[in-house]
Design a binder for this molecule. Sequence first.
Ligand code: URA
Length: 235
Amino acid sequence: MKRELTKIIKALKNYMKMEEESGMKETSLKGLIAPAKGGDIQASHGEVLYEDKTSALAELEQQVKVCHECDLYKTRRNIVFGEGNPNAPLLFIGEAPGLEEDIQGKPFVGRAGQLLTKIIKAIEMGREDVYIANCLKCRPPKNRTPYPSEIVACRNYLIQQIDIIKPKVICCLGRPAAQTLLMNDSPISKMRGKFYDYHGIKVMPTFHPAYLLRNPADKRLVWEDMKNVRDELRR
Ligand code: URA
């Protein structure tokens, strides 16, 4: 597992270096989606502001639906693009869809999802107030760990989602999500509990709900992390 994740970080770093060298100033603005029509405003510092986040997300979702960037399209039933409030101040990022998510086309609808719903309620919010996405938009067969090449192939969709939603806080659920976003290869037990920066957005890594189902004693630590998230949102 550790070797797999180190490979992911290395692959992502190479990928970003390649982009920089090819003249892409801002990886997150890579043209994987055409700019949303009509409502886009080009800000003076070059950042694209999306006036209509819903249609920008819908447009990106259409692209993911026909994505063949890796082989997971061959085995998926549905893509799991993500769902929630496009204006959410809080974005959760998980790892990849499981069986139930693949069937329903929605993120976190299985047992881990039920726990995530409780975690969200614990900070007095509902699923309708937040946005929930995953590193991978397609289920890896038998829920195997994503390959580095799959994380790299899918990362730009996630980056585009963040660019569109522009949440105040991101909560990365589990090591693969934290490492994909922050490109840091520390274990989640070391990363959790403090905020990191992703382009001006506060990022809190914490344990994945599936891990908590197996290790309920660590729910206490997630509660600490979520209180920090809640306080940051209220600031
Ligand atoms: N685990 C994840 O990481 N994502 C889901 O959508 C479901 C389970």
